[in-house]
Design a protein around this ligand. Structure first.
Ligand SMILES: Cc1cc2nc3c(=O)[nH]c(=O)nc-3n(C[C@H](O)[C@H](O)[C@H](O)COP(=O)(O)OP(=O)(O)OC[C@H]3O[C@@H](n4cnc5c(N)ncnc54)[C@H](O)[C@@H]3O)c2cc1C
Length: 150
């Protein structure tokens, strides 16, 4: 079982930023990513706003963050986290398909998933750059994601 001070689930903008802040404080940090490093910002060509001193492109921004984290010693694990459990002594066990990792601190930065509009004409609307964003639900479980024109 591998041990870290901080485990971050998700290598989107939030996870990469959190991992950078943790390692800057001298904490042994690992990030886990199930799909593509960068998450949602990967597909954004022109960020608005642009974080101070950063690249305008989402893919460049995320790869800059990842490289900087790796230079500082953040361990990048390309595995999906399938479960998180707290042991009696307070340590968190983070499970992937083949391994268990442990840390006293876990940051969940697993983001959101884009959902299809699911209404007539949504396919052609998508081609025009109109798509549904987010995966929120109201108290009755109905989708409340917003439409976004890109
Ligand atoms: C079309 C579009 C344009 C946008 N434009 C802008 C903009 O211009 N400016 C702006 O500020 N914001 C913009 N946003 C919003 C911005 O992209 C998001 O707010 C931001 O990327 C969210 O980052 P995140 O790290 O929280 O989540 P995500 O980017 O969703 O990252 C989460 C990561 O966690 C991973 N993950 C999830 N579950 C697991 C698991 N079990 N194990 C391992 N990994 C896991 C996912 O694969 C993903 O890579 C835009 C969004 C969209 C869709």
């Amino acid at each position: 079982m591998e041990n870290y001070d901080v485990i971050v689930i998700g290598q989107g903008y939030a996870g990469l930023t959190a991992a950078g802040l943790a390692v800057d404080r001298g904490l042994r940090t690992a990030t886990f990513e199930a799909r593509c490093m960068g998450g949602l910002i990967l597909n954004i060509n022109e960020l608005n706003p642009v974080p101070e001193g950063a690249s305008h492109s989402g893919s460049e921004l995320s790869s800059d963050l990842l490289m900087s984290n790796m230079d500082k010693g953040v361990v990048s694990v390309s595995e999906e986290v399938s479960g998180v459990e707290r042991r009696e002594d307070g340590l968190w066990l983070v499970k992937t398909q083949g391994e268990i990792y442990a840390a006293p601190n876990v940051i969940v930065a697993s983001g959101a998933r884009l959902r299809k509009l699911g209404i007539p004409g949504s396919r052609s609307a998508c081609a025009l750059g109109i798509r549904q964003q987010g995966n929120d639900r109201d108290a009755r479980g109905h989708p409340t994601g917003t439409c976004r024109a890109t």
